[in-house]
Design a protein around this ligand. Structure first.
Ligand code: CP
Ligand code: NVA
Length: 304
């Protein structure tokens, strides 16, 4: 079996490839905005399996495949035999005979690793409990477009040490920025991933310490999908971790705010910040489309 390129976490990319994808995403955005037809994936098919809800990931992959002249198929475990216990290894081999790539949104990252091990077509992580690499392609594109290369900059992560935080940690190491993390006790990132990030990641004791002089402040929901039952306990633990105007005021004067969305105004971010002048969340959301088109082009190009 030939080994295809997979994209399960950001560390599947070199720094050069990451920057090339960002440049290409910006070009593809321009092509799209000019209304030019560009169909490099005619007749190609992407299968998408979602164990969890999605707005941005589903619509951006589906639109991206359509704009590229291909097609995307939406599957949930409810609608296919996975939900009735067909092994992931069998599903991977069956789909690889019928489609050209597979996107997975799953509870467990391990599931994606198992799927990829049996797939002869590329597998893309559209979010797992550990990583959200597609979101980081879009976030980095958005920073580069609104400012410049992020190398040497300081980024503050405020809140949960979750999948998004882990992908920011990987981005910091690959692109060479400093990530300053402030999480409540007991909600920090994975220790092994922290060790891998080395001195690109600094764990701070307080959100103010992380925000001090930052060029970008970012956060995410306090309770991720699958943690709904912990929501009230988490609201208590995270109550001092809101990105509000007073926190933004500690950052660099040109600092930007990002959030992968969906957001809970009044929890992890104030209304004033997410809807204010430093927020670039709508560019960030749109860039999911362009960044993933660049990713798809790159993954498909590597296939025999
Ligand atoms: N940011 C993100 O992945 O959004 P969805 O859950 O809507 O796909
Ligand atoms: N951390 C969030 C991200 C949603 C895009 C979750 O996993 O639910």
């Amino acid at each position: 079996m030939t080994t295809p390129r997979h994209f399960l976490r950001l560390s599947d990319l070199s720094a050069d490839t990451f920057r090339a994808l960002i440049r290409r995403a910006i070009e593809l955005k321009d092509i799209q905005h000019r209304g030019e037809i560009y169909e490099p994936l005619k007749n190609r098919v992407l299968a998408m399996i979602f164990e969890k809800s999605s707005t941005r990931t589903r619509v951006s992959f589906e639109s991206g495949m359509t704009q590229f002249g291909g097609h995307a198929i939406f599957l949930s475990p409810r609608d296919c035999q996975l939900g009735r216990g067909e092994p992931v290894e069998d599903t991977a081999r069956v789909l690889a005979g019928m489609v050209d790539a597979v996107m997975l949104r799953t509870f467990h990252h391990e599931y994606q690793v198992r799927f990829a091990a049996y797939s002869k077509v590329p597998v893309i992580n559209g979010l797992s409990d550990q990583h959200h690499p597609c979101q980081l392609l879009a976030d980095m594109q958005t920073y580069f477009e609104n400012r410049d290369d992020i190398a040497g900059r300081s980024v503050a992560w405020i809140g949960d040490g979750n999948n998004m935080c882990h992908s920011y940690m990987e981005a910091a190491r690959i692109l060479g920025f400093q990530l300053r993390i402030a999480c409540p006790e007991g909600y920090g990132p994975d220790g092994d991933l922290l060790a891998e990030a080395g001195d690109h990641v600094v764990v701070c004791n307080h959100p103010k310490e992380a925000a001090d002089g930052a060029h970008l402040i970012t956060t995410d929901v306090w309770a991720s999908m699958g943690q709904e039952e912990e929501a009230s306990q988490r609201r208590q633990a995270f109550k001092d971790y809101q990105v509000d105007e007073s926190l933004m005021a500690l950052a660099d004067k040109d600092a930007l705010f990002m959030h992968c969305l969906p957001a809970h105004r009044g929890e992890e971010v104030s209304h004033g910040v997410i809807d204010g002048p430093q927020s670039i969340v709508w560019d960030e959301a749109e860039n999911r489309l362009h960044a993933q088109k660049a990713l798809l082009e790159w993954l498909f190009r590597a296939q025999p």
